[in-house]
Each structure stands twice: as structure tokens, then as C-alpha cells.
Design a protein around this ligand. Structure first.
Ligand code: PLP
Length: 445
């Protein structure tokens, strides 16, 4: 199957290159391949499977929807299934946001919702410039890719969206100002505020600032709460809509239903996908009603009304709230990172372990290579890939991301138990140690 996949599928395919798996079935946090091998799934649909595989509540919601003979697609026409989803979603928001919110269904992946958010902000402000951040990931469509930091997928694409301005993100481990910590984030805040008021900065009044509260694909980099409050103040004071992309962090992943809540801020425009569809494709933009200035048909798409996704999403929101899975994610995330912290003493490969809730990254470095010009340890994509490979051998599916693909990422479902977290920690530690051993026996630098 894998060789046929290689022969027939596009050269742009990604995961199968590093995770050569043919998956036959899945249950909870486990997937089983066609040869019967079982793996713990810390990729979980890149975070889309908040409740893991085949959660009974989702299965039941899907069965009920099919049994009710609801049409499977309704564009943006109303159905009881859709109303129940909107009720559940709005009830999950902070009240002040929900009371003044409008929702646009997008179709159906995260990147399309990013496109919609940009169009909405441009329409409402009559401006064109967008502020985004180094390390950001907002998707692969032209507009979303324009706002994404990683150069790899942009290199060959001419004519991306103009008037996009990348700003430093508080990535303390590789601070652009060489200081990190609170001083680093203070300098970034100051720099951003300065360029927005500098008539010679070259940046016209922006239509929006877009950010992730925890950069996911960028390497699991949580923004400090005070820095987020600074961004909120700076944008509010200047009438710049703040778009918060919670496509990956939304619905409990980081320890609160929405990651922005921890900083005590509200977005003007919130973008959601992944978990809110219960594993099926669904994406939305939710925004302050004052921004609702676009015309009928300003954003459309055939697959905005996937009733199965709406039913699965409503069930997911209900279970995440009823079972306090955000709080569970916080506890399990702490347990995971505390367990992995043993690696600091055991392996030279580990630069930093960081994250929030069940979103964890291990930055892999190669200390045998010279540090970069600013003293940052050399990133090591080769070792990260080796760790991913060793983990797979031990029945653990991990993801890679970050600068040079050198951050090992773990996105286990929110239902992962303490016992399962301990199993993940053990396999992960063994994988890092094995990668370190094969590295030293290969004598590679
Ligand atoms: N924004 C963030 C923060 C993401 O993590 C992703 C996907 O990983 C996207 C946008 C793009 O979503 P999609 O892949 O569904 O287009």
C-alpha cells in the first residue's frame, strides 16, 4: 500500500514520508495499522481529534443524524443540527464575546476560515495591510500561506498576498533580540508599538493583526499572557482588529476552552476549525457584530453545511465541557512535561521542553555543531526525525514542526488518561535516548 501510495499520490504529500503507516482502524488514543501493530496517536489528526478516535458520543451523534435523514449538505441553509451546533459553540465562549458575536461558516478547512477572516477585516476597515508573526502557521491557501512564516512552502509561489508584515513573536529560546524572557517580550511589544506609530515605518494602517496564542506548527511556542495583553492594548488603541487563530488551540487543548481566555483578552475575530468538527471538516469565523459589514455572498463555499460535522462538533463541545476536559488537558499536559523533564539530565539533544495543556514541543538541538551567530544552539532536524522514527518503532506517533522541523510535537487527544500519559513519556524518553545513541555510534556531528 505504501509503495502504491508513493507511486500515485502527489509529490506534495507530507506525513507519509516520515510516518510510513497504513492505518486500518482506531479507537480512543490508539490506531492500528494493517499489520495489526498498535500505536499511541499523538498526532491525532494534527489536533483535530480532541476526543480521540470513535468517541461514543460522536458515534452516537453521527448515527442519530443519519437516522433523522437530515440532508448531508445544506450550504448555509438552516437545520436543527446547525442550530444546536451554534447554540453549543456560543455557550462555550466568554459571555461578553458570545453576546455580541456573529458567525460565518467556512468551507470546510481551517485555511478557508483564515481567508474569510482576512476578507472580513479588510472589508470592515477599508484597509489592506496585515500584521502577522514570525513562526506563524495559518494554512496553505494563497492568503493564509502569505501569513505563514515557514519559507519552504512559499519559496516556489510567486504573487502571494502583498502588504503582509511579519513581526517578532516572543520565542524566548531563540529571542531575536538575544535576551528572551520578560525583557525579550517587553522589547517585542515596544518594537511593534513603535513601528505602528512611526510615520516612516513603511507599514500602512493595518486591516488586522493575526496571531496564534500558542504557535503550533511554528514549534509549540506559547505567547506569555502579559505580551498577549500588550498586543490587545496596542491593537485596540489603534482600531486594528485582532484576529486570533485558535484553529489548533481551540476547545480545551491548552487548558482553557479557548487559549485567549488565559490572558483575559477577547479577539475581534476568532478563527476555529479542527476540534470543533469532532474530527470531521468544519471551520468558522466568529466576530464582533460591528465588523459585520460585508455584503451578502462576500464569502461562500459549497461545503459550509456539513451536517455530520456539525453534529459531531456539537457532541464534542458538550463532552469537552461536561467532562471538564480543558482542566484535564492542563493536568495531563503538566504531567507529560514533568515526566519528559527527566530528559534534560539524560540527553544532550533536548534544548527545551515547552507547551501549554496537551500541546507539547521538545526542541531538539545538536550541541556537537557550532551554535548560531547569536549563540542559539544548532537546531537538529536530523535528530528530530530520528526521534520520530525511534518513537514509531516503539508504538508512538509523534509529529515534527518548528524551525527546520527540529521540534518534536505531541498533540494527544484530550481524553488521554494519566496512565496513558506515563506510557507516552516512557516511549518518548526511550526514543530520544535511542536517537542519541545511534547518533553517537554513527559519530555524526
Ligand atoms: N491555523 C493554525 C493555527 C493551524 O494549526 C492550521 C493547521 O494546522 C491552520 C491554520 C490551517 O488549517 P487547515 O489545515 O485545516 O487548512
Amino acid at each position: 500500500m505504501l509503495s502504491r501510495q508513493e507511486a500515485r499520490e502527489s509529490n506534495a504529500r507530507t506525513y507519509p514520508r516520515r510516518l510510513p503507516l497504513a492505518i486500518a482502524s482506531a479507537d480512543g488514543i490508539f490506531v492500528r495499522d494493517v499489520d495489526g501493530r498498535e500505536y499511541i496517536d499523538c498526532l491525532a489528526g494534527a489536533g483535530a481529534l480532541a476526543l480521540g478516535h470513535h468517541h461514543p458520543a460522536i458515534t452516537e451523534a453521527l448515527h442519530d443524524t443519519l437516522a433523522a435523514k437530515v440532508p448531508l449538505q445544506t450550504l448555509d441553509l438552516m437545520t436543527p443540527v446547525k442550530e444546536a451546533f451554534v447554540d453549543a459553540l456560543f455557550a462555550s465562549f466568554p459571555e461578553t464575546f458570545a453576546n455580541d458575536a456573529k458567525i460565518q461558516f467556512c468551507g470546510p478547512g481551517g485555511a478557508d476560515a483564515i481567508e474569510a477572516a482576512i476578507k472580513l477585516a479588510k472589508t470592515a476597515t477599508g484597509r489592506g495591510a496585515i500584521l502577522c508573526f514570525h513562526g506563524a502557521y495559518h494554512g496553505m491557501t494563497h492568503g493564509a500561506l502569505s501569513l505563514t512564516g515557514e519559507l519552504g512552502p512559499k519559496q516556489a509561489i510567486q504573487g502571494l498576498m502583498p502588504d503582509v508584515h511579519f513581526l517578532p513573536y516572543p520565542y524566548s529560546y531563540r529571542c531575536p533580540f538575544g535576551v528572551g524572557g520578560e525583557e525579550g517580550q517587553r522589547l517585542i511589544g515596544r518594537y511593534i508599538e513603535h513601528i505602528l506609530d512611526d510615520p516612516n515605518s513603511g507599514i500602512r494602517a493595518p486591516a488586522a493583526m493575526i496571531l496564534e496564542v500558542v504557535q503550533g506548527e511554528g514549534g509549540v511556542i506559547p505567547a506569555p499572557e502579559s505580551w498577549l495583553r500588550t498586543m490587545r492594548r496596542i491593537t485596540r488603541e489603534r482600531g486594528i482588529p485582532l484576529i486570533i487563530d485558535e484553529i489548533q488551540t481551540g476547545l480545551g487543548r491548552t487548558g482553557s476552552l479557548y487559549a485567549f481566555e488565559q490572558a483575559g483578552i477577547l479577539p475581534d475575530i476568532l478563527v476555529l476549525s479542527k476540534a470543533i468538527g469532532g474530527g470531521l471538516p468544519l471551520s468558522v469565523v466568529v466576530y464582533r457584530s460591528a465588523l459585520d459589514q460585508w455584503q451578502p455572498g462576500a464569502h461562500a463555499g459549497t461545503f459550509r453545511g456539513n451536517q455530520l460535522a456539525l453534529a459531531a462538533g456539537a457532541a464534542t463541545i458538550r463532552i469537552v465541557r461536561e467532562q471538564s476536559l480543558a482542566q484535564h488537558a492542563e493536568r495531563m499536559g503538566d504531567r507529560l512535561r514533568n515526566g519528559l523533564a527527566a530528559l534534560y539530565a539524560l540527553s544532550e539533544l533536548v534544548g527545551e521542553i515547552r507547551g501549554r495543556g496537551l500541546m507539547t514541543g521538545i526542541e531538539i538541538v545538536d550541541r556537537s555543531r557550532p551554535a548560531g551567530a547569536f549563540g542559539h544552539p544548532a537546531a537538529s532536524p536530523n535528530l528530530a526525525r530520528r526521534i520520530q522514527h525511534e518513537a514509531l518503532q516503539r508504538g508512538l506517533i509523534l509529529e515534527l514542526g518548528g524551525r527546520f522541523g527540529s521540534v518534536v510535537r505531541l498533540l494527544p487527544p484530550l481524553i488521554t488518561s494519566a496512565e496513558q500519559i506515563d506510557a507516552i513519556v516512557e516511549r518518548c524518553i526511550q526514543a530520544v535516548l535511542a536517537a542519541g545513541e545511534s547518533d553517537s555510534s554513527a559519530g555524526s556531528g
